[in-house]
Design a protein around this ligand. Sequence first.
Ligand SMILES: O=C(O)CCC(=O)C(=O)O
Length: 281
Amino acid sequence: MRQTAFSSLPTEWQSWITDNLARSCDPASLAGLMVRNGNFDSNLATAAIREALANSSNDMPAAQPLPDIDTTANTVRTPDRQINILMTLATPRIVVLGNVLSDEECDALAAFSDQRMERSPVVADADGGMQLHAHRTSSGAMLQRGETELINRVEARLAALANWPVERGEGMQVLRYEPGNEYRAHFDWFDADAPGPRKHLERGGQRLGTFVLYLSDVEQGGGTAFPAIGLEVQPQKGGAVFFVNTDPYRAPDRRTLHAGMPVVKGLKFVANKWLRERRYG
Ligand SMILES: O=C(O)CCC(=O)C(=O)O
């Protein structure tokens, strides 16, 4: 008999999947638990759960639309700007972009945000509150969606670029890193199994996609590293890296682990834009 993803699993894991699906557990959460607790590859876990669903009385979940950039040509024309595709990776989906913002737009976003910067927090696992952590040492400011004409323009551009409605985006978060500042490896997706992050899922669903927009060049250091796949993107003013945080069934993808590497020389400004499953705010 042909081996399938499901049949390749140890029998105790096969029973675990079948039992949990029979209890109507969320397939994406089950895949996450298999990766975390069983050390399974996320593609194998997702495929096995899909097969189990197909063989059960439950309906097989359909692949869901995700934010994505059309990389069939080497440039993408948005309503107001032509953006360059510099590098693409199919899975995990990562696109490195040039010419997303003009120098003036970068400077204006950084200057506007710099006045209200405070030390950047992380989401606490226990209660979802925002807490300071030694792993994240940048300063940051949250911008409201549509807060100024410039923010509105950039948000409309990113929405056209990623084929994802503005309403499903969080407000941008602008960060400033001094030499020595960093954000150690972390995920942008929220873990449905942790009580704190779960609260954030209730408002707008999962963070499906991320843009890190580079608002400055950096003399040395300050790349965005993806340690699980051995990739590092160097900051180039006006450029960006875009990545998709889940698989097509919206299960978190652990290969999207990423870090803001320590700045060695110079200042680094970035703007994060997170794209949610549903309308946000
Ligand atoms: O600074 C970077 O390059 C990445 C920032 C980041 O990952 C974040 O703020 O979540």
